[in-house]
Design a protein around this ligand. Sequence first.
Ligand code: UGA
Length: 436
Amino acid sequence: MKIAVAGTGYVGLVAGVCFAEQGYDVTCVDVDEKKIELMRQGISPIYEDGLEELMKKNNARGTLHYTTDYVEAYKDADAIFIGVGTPEMPDGSANLSYIATVSRQIAESVEKDCLVVVKSTVPVGTNDKVEQFIKDFLVHDVKVEVASNPEFLAQGTAVHDTLHAARIIIGTESREAEALLMKIYEPFGLPIVSVKRRSAEMIKYACNDFLALKISYMNDIANLCELVGADITDVAKGMCYDERIGSRFLNAGIGFGGSCFPKDTKALKFLAKEHGYQLRTVEACVAVNADQKTRLFEKAKDRMISFSGLKVAVLGLTFKAGTDDLREAPSIDNIKLLLQGGADIYAYDPKGEERAKLIFPEGKLDKGTMNYVSSPEEALDQANICFVFTEWKEMKDLTPADFKEKMHTPLVYDGRNLYSPEAMKDAGVEYYSIGR
Ligand code: UGA
């Protein structure tokens, strides 16, 4: 069975590599020649645990190929998986231009019957349009069907999440398409839920938005905890024993970021609006998150006369630990505000520095300065304030004494609730976190 994968971002590349790992002959297609060359050498363009090892292994055994020549990749493929991005448009809707481009290329290239599988997160109804679009532009007399197969991997654990997924969702409109997808996923040995295309598309949004809602709910409760003298970590501990609630995604913090939740909550809100429906729960989730991101900054602003000329330690830049991705990271909103306030920022992140420099180049920026350092200790050295934005192990390993001894004034705003408020207080650190 020949599989082609369009797009080598988190979704496409990880899918391609995992299909190759299962023994399929896989060709990954991307427009970026440099990226293709790197991948041929077994170098992953994204930081993802275990990915490079699998790339190297499958490159070596000849099951994994990379190309910019889409015609060559698509013309005799049995299945073509689309994993290109669907970024957010200014109005909150999903940008489907990459999907459209790939669909057109598929239509012009395929020379035998094939199944096109949309893995990208797309608004409900998009698969129908993709199928029609491909049929409209088909060059050869072949049968092409479109199926939905949303992806549930999280960044940082993408390979594990794919090989050990809780379930595979397939959305098809024919028995043939269903049977082919079932066959492709058979070697994974995972539960498969087979539904119609539109339901599969909706499952993806419903899952992401539910998880985002769970986080915003905990952040909302955390903010109330602060007002009434309760502790959100204890509250979560008490909640998680109820199996109906579960123990995951109960961590209050500085709000969710990343390439999925912010985009998918807005896209579903937009989809509902387009159909004359107001999705009030998701709207509330988006609104809570927007405020949550800069809550700690606002607290610090109230506490200080000014940030001008202060050394501010920023620990963590990425939207979560385990990734080098900064998309929609709460650190970005906060750093912008700090720089506007004239702060001299000393930022540390074990993986995110390179990407952060594309947004905040080193040197004078706005009214402040941006500096990058290679350890949390260096960032804390003689700092006046510290903000913690990402839960990296390097931050978790810091002790209250580290803050007390290294900082000029031990004043810490922790967006990830990493330290014990009591221990910080005992060590003489003025400490603010979320909901405690
Ligand atoms: C998310 C989903 O978890 C995946 O299932 C989904 O496949 C993916 O989106 C996608 O649609 O591609 P991801 O964005 O990689 O994955 O990261 P998460 O681990 O879900 O974290 C998202 C954000 O929520 C992060 O900013 C994280 O810090 C925050 N979060 C997460 C919390 O604030 N509290 C929590 O308890 C959990």
